[in-house]
Design a protein around this ligand. Structure first.
Ligand code: DOR
Ligand code: ZN
Length: 423
């Protein structure tokens, strides 16, 4: 006996197609699709809207182990399910840092016991993210790591980054880069632009990010290794990546919803909830990110979901930690901003939030086909609702999008054939 979904339209991002078909799930897999499937013997469920391949977020901070007052694997994966994500990659800047096979295995196992979403840990490049000694990439891969990153901080040494790229290349994993040169960025809180100046707050210049990206592009070429650039924010970085791709460099890049939709001005309204690293920059930077996403220079959208407590965020711009939560708002934000307005088609947005993330991080998923695992998200394209942080599954309420009126909300999320979220 299976679960038969009927009434919705199925989105096929690779074919850029949408078909009003039934879909049958049996034993965790999609076993049939078509205009009118036989219903006898199955539980029939009428759904409205669009069925998407489960969304995939390659940049999430789950905070467990060590900072479970901010988020746990359980609350983070529930938030993922509520946001339509069936697979997420977890960044290693936990306490302790995910730099041993045992810690990587623990994250995978815990996530499996809850079952809300699949978690693929990203292991640290350097021990303790200290930027000094490489971790054991082969052992970390064996334990389940899908990439390497010292996210949260830049790898300051070009030599160490080059060695990391060579080692990652030999085992076929991407290196996901948080590009930030401390000698240029250190002590900054906001984008070094007009708002930081106005508020008299120390800024982080774009070149702190762009210069490290430029360095790493050529290190990746030399190493012939897959370099993935996290949360790209300045216009000059988008240009550098565009040139790098034209040159044939083995690079991919991501952009966050907040860098696509907000600017430095947001801190005036949302205070520390708009403090994030890399910072929200100028409108020209934002527009360059949008252009980069449209033309494929920036391959995919990732949230950089970074939960912090209200107490920490209440400390003011200079004392509050960097980061904002994204799992439960990103799809409706981008559906409303780009699909409703006709800038992207629905299959194009889903490609950038599911298909392409799977390709770049070598994950299965990102498409809907008979025989595939039933990781599916149903979204409602019509109902308009406000972002309400109090209702988040995440422990983090730190969002600059509170109160926004959005459509495209996930209404049903199915992970491995099981309903894990239902509105
Ligand atoms: O804003 C951010 N928050 N950027 C990062 O790179 C790290 C993250 C965090 O862990 O809070
Ligand atoms: Zn980062």
């Amino acid at each position: 006996m299976g679960l038969l979904l009927t009434g919705a339209s199925i989105v096929f991002p690779k074919e850029k197609a949408i078909k009003k078909w039934d879909l049958l799930i049996e034993d965790g897999h999609i076993t049939a699709m078509g205009p009118a499937l036989t219903r006898s013997g199955h539980t029939v469920r009428v759904v409205e809207g669009y069925i998407l391949p489960g969304l995939i977020d390659v940049h999430v901070h789950l905070r467990e182990p060590g900072q479970i007052h901010k988020e746990t694997i359980e609350t983070g994966t529930r938030a993922a399910a509520a946001g339509g994500f069936t697979q997420i990659c977890a960044m290693p800047n936990t306490t302790p840092v995910l730099d041993t096979p045992e810690l990587i295995q623990e994250v995978v196992q815990k996530a499996n016991t809850y079952g809300y979403a699949t978690v693929h840990p990203i292991a640290a490049i350097s021990r303790g993210e200290q930027g000094e000694a490489l971790t054991d990439f082969a052992a970390l891969k064996q334990a389940g790591a899908v990439a390497l990153s010292d996210d949260g901080r830049g790898v300051q040494s070009a030599k160490l980054m080059f060695e990391a790229l060579l080692a990652a290349k030999s085992i076929g994993l991407p290196v996901a880069v948080h590009a930030e040169d401390n000698s240029l960025a250190k002590g900054g809180h906001l984008h070094a632009g007009k708002v930081a100046e106005e508020l008299g707050i120390r800024g982080i210049p774009s070149v702190a990010e762009t210069s490290m990206i430029a360095r790493d592009l050529w290190l990746a070429e030399e190493a012939k290794a897959h370099l993935h650039l996290c949360h790209v924010s300045p216009a000059a970085a988008v240009s550098a990546i565009r040139m790098g791709k034209a040159h044939g460099l083995p690079i991919t890049a991501e952009v966050t919803p907040h860098h696509l939709l907000l600017t430095e001005e947001s801190v005036k309204t949302f205070g520390a909830n708009a403090k994030v690293n890399p910072p929200l920059r100028s409108d020209d930077d934002r527009l360059a990110c949008v252009q980069g996403l449209l033309d494929g220079t920036l391959d995919l959208v990732a949230t950089d979901h970074a939960p912090h407590t209200d107490e920490e965020k209440a400390k003011g711009i200079e004392q509050a930690p960097f980061g904002l939560v994204g799992l439960e708002t990103s799809f409706p934000l981008l559906f409303t901003a780009f699909v409703k307005s006709g800038i992207l088609t629905l299959p194009e947005l889903v490609y950038k939030m599911s298909t392409r993330p799977a390709e770049v991080f070598h994950l299965s998923g990102g498409e809907i086909f008979v025989g595939g695992v039933a990781d599916l998200t149903v979204i409602d394209p019509e109902t308009v609702r406000q972002v309400n942080p109090a209702a988040f599954y995440s422990k983090g309420r730190n969002t600059p999008f509170a109160g926004r009126e959005l459509s495209g909300w996930p209404v049903l999320t199915i992970h491995h054939g099981q309903v894990v979220y239902e509105r």
